[in-house]
Design a protein around this ligand. Sequence first.
Ligand code: 5GP
Length: 192
Amino acid sequence: MRLLEDKILRYGKVYPGNVLKVDSFLNHQVDVPLIAALAQEIYQHYKDCAVTKILTIEASGILLAGMTAQLFHVPMLFAKKSAAKNMSDEVFTAKVRSFTHGNDYTMVVSKEYLCRDDKVLIVDDFLADGNALKGLTEIVKEAGAQTVGAGIAIEKGFQKGGDRLREEGLRIFSLAIIDSMTEGGISFRSDI
Ligand code: 5GP
């Protein structure tokens, strides 16, 4: 999506360790009309999939997920991050490696809000190694529900998480896929 690519080129900052900072429009200060435009693209892509729920992980994907949910007229559900090891019977959980913090955490969703009839669209701001997305698909599976696909704002294609999950059969729609990224420049995959 040209609008998002232009924003990344203009305001994105590349940090050591393959981290792209987009704090000025996505992850800290938020450009709300931009997020609304991203949500609209995701909606157009999946609008015929009978989606019943949008699922994301706290925190920075929540606005995009919420605006997407508004277009589908369905609830938005966000998995909570928890350090606790012992979880009650009331929740679905998945253990995930955090790309940004380098530690493990458990994502938790209450069983009350996800059921086997749900058709779930997963929405997130970033896709890197794919651990967060994989964890969310595991939770959907645990619930006996169906993941119809994922809508991602920025995929770091060179980290291969997206390609691996596509090979496993997951439908992924990313609005910008970064093929390479250095302090000298960022280039995007053109065939999306
Ligand atoms: P993954 O699990 O796919 O490796 O990483 C996905 C999660 O890590 C996203 O939800 C996002 O919060 C965070 N993340 C991964 N790479 C980046 C990055 O380059 N910049 C920012 N700001 N967050 C990232």
